[in-house]
Design a protein around this ligand. Structure first.
Ligand code: GLU
Length: 468
């Protein structure tokens, strides 16, 4: 019977959900959903100094926003410290680990000597085969793994292939600190084993750890998971992604108006491919995802591609869903903006036109502002240029024609055309000032549709405010 895969995402809550972390979570989630396996979430909060509840929230919210649902409750690693200690004690009892009584000063001196001699700095195994005297045994000690010293450890990586490490290069790592707290290396391996994790998909920055973790897995007699280490994500210039490149946190992408579906598609393509396909909706991604098609080389951020993809998903999204997204988006602003029922109805009616021209929710909101509140508009610079004295005069001239017609899009358009023709003006010379006064902008969804949508009374209030 082949066992269903068990995947996990194991972030350290020391900051936001990073774009690289989100991609790791996504790949694990996709593989679990593709195989009908399990996707677990483990919050690695063992570093008590740097872990914060805010970061835990940011990670959970980021995952939820991305639509990456995990199975069961999130596991908090720190709560499992007694279990980690238990495993270390067992390894000690079996002679697979040992106590090291070297003081911090001694270890510093050791490293300085190694450095001076031009040797690599690593623990020299001084307590590996030594029995402490009664006096020494009363002193503080750490527990170290008795790692293999010869031969090599091979990480058989699904993405990177076989990666070999000389065991002589790996020193006896600490499992328990002198205060009895487990190290990250111990905690990860014990938790993965206890949680039945079959596949460890994570950033390539953990590749070296994998070699050490394999030694520990072997000592524990646990089952080796399938490893897949994901190449880094670089900035658009090819250099390692950093703050200098702008947004790193998933939250920032949400606030810039990208849809979760866009982020899933975009992050999928950062390191995974299916021929030349760029648009891969999540359902399709679940059907196609595999570990074999993860790329070996670093991926590069491409913000233009992200924008185009977002424009695509905005157009694909149902109008009522977009209204809900925008409502939620505005409610997250400080102070929160709450849309009235009328505003939401107007927004939904105008959405088919609005969404044609927007690449982000921010652009969508900007294009829709004129629907949110009533009364005369404040003009942006391009709109102001349209409402010159001539523009205002054209607007004033057109008003009687509009006032005298049925307030429907086609009737208003016909009235404006007739008026323009009889005044020797082009339709644009009439329509543009009207648009500027109605929306405060020089571009908007189709003008006559918007006049009809806003209604006679509201439209006239806006137009009259700028009629010379
Ligand atoms: N907690 C580690 C991190 O956030 C990940 C550990 C792992 O995936 O094995 O980088």
């Amino acid at each position: 019977m082949s066992q269903k895969p068990v995947l996990r995402f194991a972030p350290s809550p020391t900051g936001m959900l990073h774009i690289g972390g989100a991609r790791t979570a996504l790949f694990n989630w996709l593989y679990a959903r593709h195989t009908g396996g399990t996707f677990l979430l483990r919050i690695e909060d063992t570093d008590r100094e740097r872990s914060t509840p805010e970061a835990v929230d940011a990670i959970l919210n980021g995952m939820k926003w991305m639509g990456l649902d995990w199975d069961g409750d999130a596991v908090f690693q720190f709560a499992r410290a007694p279990r980690h200690r238990e495993v270390a004690e067992k390894l000690l009892a079996e002679g697979k680990a040992y106590r090291c009584y070297a003081t911090a000063d001694e270890l510093t001196a050791m490293r300085e000597e190694q450095k001076a001699a031009g040797k690599p700095m690593r623990y020299d195994g001084r307590w590996r085969d030594r029995t402490p005297t009664a006096e020494e045994a009363a002193k503080p000690s750490v527990v170290r793994l008795k790692a293999r010293q010869d031969g090599e450890t091979i990480v058989q990586d699904k993405v990177l292939g076989d990666v070999r490490f000389e065991n002589s290069q790996l020193d006896d790592m600490v499992l328990l600190r002198s205060d009895g707290t487990p190290t990250y290396m111990l905690a990860v391996v014990v938790d993965d084993a206890d949680m039945g994790v079959t596949h460890v998909i994570r950033g390539a920055d953990h590749l070296n750890n994998a070699a050490r973790q394999l030694q520990l897995i072997e000592a524990m007699g646990a089952t080796t998971p399938v490893y897949g280490h994901l190449p880094l994500i670089n900035g658009p210039d090819g250099a390692k992604l950093s703050k200098r490149h702008g947004a790193l946190a998933v939250e920032a992408y949400r606030d810039m108006g990208y849809l979760p579906e866009t982020m899933r598609n975009y992050l999928l393509r950062l390191g995974w491919s299916h021929g030349d396909d760029e648009i891969i909706p999540t359902e399709q991604a679940i059907a196609w995802f595999n570990l074999e098609s993860i790329g070996k080389s670093a991926a590069r951020m491409d913000y233009k591609k992200l924008d185009n993809l977002n424009g695509h998903y905005i157009r694909e999204t149902a109008n009522d869903v977009l209204v809900a997204e925008i409502t939620a988006f505005l409610a997250r602003e400080t102070p929160p903006r709450i849309l009235s029922l009328t505003a939401r109805q107007r927004l939904e009616s105008a959405m088919t036109s609005l969404k044609e021209r927007a690449k982000t929710l921010v652009e969508l909101v900007q294009g829709a502002e004129f629907l949110f509140t009533d009364g005369p508009r404040t003009l942006d610079a391009p709109a102001d240029k349209l409402l010159t004295p001539d523009g205002r005069a054209a607007l004033a001239g057109a008003l009687p024609a509009l006032e005298g017609t049925d307030w429907t899009g086609p009737a208003l358009e016909a009235a404006a055309r007739t008026h323009a023709e009889s005044s020797g003006l082009k339709l644009g010379q009439v329509a543009q000032p009207l648009r500027a006064a109605l929306t405060g902008k020089a571009s908007s969804p189709p003008l006559f549709e918007m006049l009809a949508l806003l209604g006679r009374e509201e439209s006239l209030v806006r137009l009259r405010a700028y009629a010379a």
